[in-house]
Design a protein around this ligand. Structure first.
Ligand SMILES: Cc1ncc(COP(=O)(O)O)c(C=O)c1O
Length: 235
């Protein structure tokens, strides 16, 4: 983000940050959202701050962005009965109430996610066939997900299948890299300089282990035990 901020400053660009599921996370010396001009976030239920249905927000310090977004969310209306192009994207009052109540607990829930992530990382540190998530010095990851990667792409389905067969709700977020999605960039050939090996490797190898604040030590240990059992048998 620091490098992006510098590039944006040099070329007079605005940065729009996708901050869904990262609320409360920090980079080295800044919080998420702080170095962008506008941050978008999602409140769908599985996010680290989720409502009981659909919702989202746009955060900005720019007055003109604030004014335009408020209009866009309300049928393009900044003044009663006057409309321009817009959407019906208001956050329902009940959802706002749920979010206000949950927001008070967010720091505590993020801390619990970090606690379970540390327990996973300690338990799995000697596994030979997987990579663990890495937190760069000075950063604070809030582990919306705890994502490991199999070292070999051909191991991913085997690990997922093994965990699922033992009743563990492991998932894959996400098996297709964004630049390989049909909708990117909206019907035109992707304007990228070459392959994106890190994104492609992650899409081929990622496995998300169960992660939510209400996990228990026994549940985390049970998942660790099963991953290690798979790891010993994997070749
Ligand atoms: C990083 C990220 N951005 C955006 C979205 C989209 O959120 P919504 O469906 O609320 O628009 C998601 C949801 O899964 C997400 O994970």
């Amino acid at each position: 983000m620091k490098a992006l901020r510098q590039i944006a400053g040099r070329h007079n660009l605005l940065i729009v940050e996708d901050n869904a599921q990262g609320i409360g996370a920090r980079g080295d010396g800044f919080t998420v959202g702080q170095l962008s001009d506008t941050a978008c976030t999602s409140f769908i239920i599985q996010k680290n701050l989720g409502c009981f249905g659909d919702g989202g927000a746009v955060l900005t310090n720019h007055e003109n962005v604030d004014r335009e977004i408020r209009k866009l969310r309300n049928h393009g209306s900044g003044k009663r009965s006057c409309h321009s192009m817009g959407y019906n994207s208001r956050l329902d009052d009940p959802q706002a109430g749920v979010l206000s109540a949950k927001l008070k607990h967010l720091d505590e829930w993020n801390a619990l996610r970090r606690k379970w992530a540390a327990r996973y990382s300690a338990g799995l540190r000697d596994a030979a066939n997987i990579h663990l998530p890495y937190e760069a010095p000075g950063n604070c990851h809030i582990y919306h997900l705890y994502v490991i990667e199999t070292k070999k792409p051909e191991h991913r389905e085997s690990l997922l299948g093994f965990l699922t067969a033992h009743g563990i709700d492991a998932k894959c977020h996400y098996p297709i890299a964004i630049h390989q999605q049909e909708g990117y960039p909206w019907g035109k050939p992707a304007r990228i300089a070459g392959p994106l090996p890190n994104s492609e490797r992650n899409a081929a190898c990622c496995v998300s282990l169960p992660m939510f604040p209400e996990l228990t030590a026994e549940e985390v240990d049970c998942v660790v035990e099963k991953v290690l059992e798979w790891d010993r048998a994997a070749r």
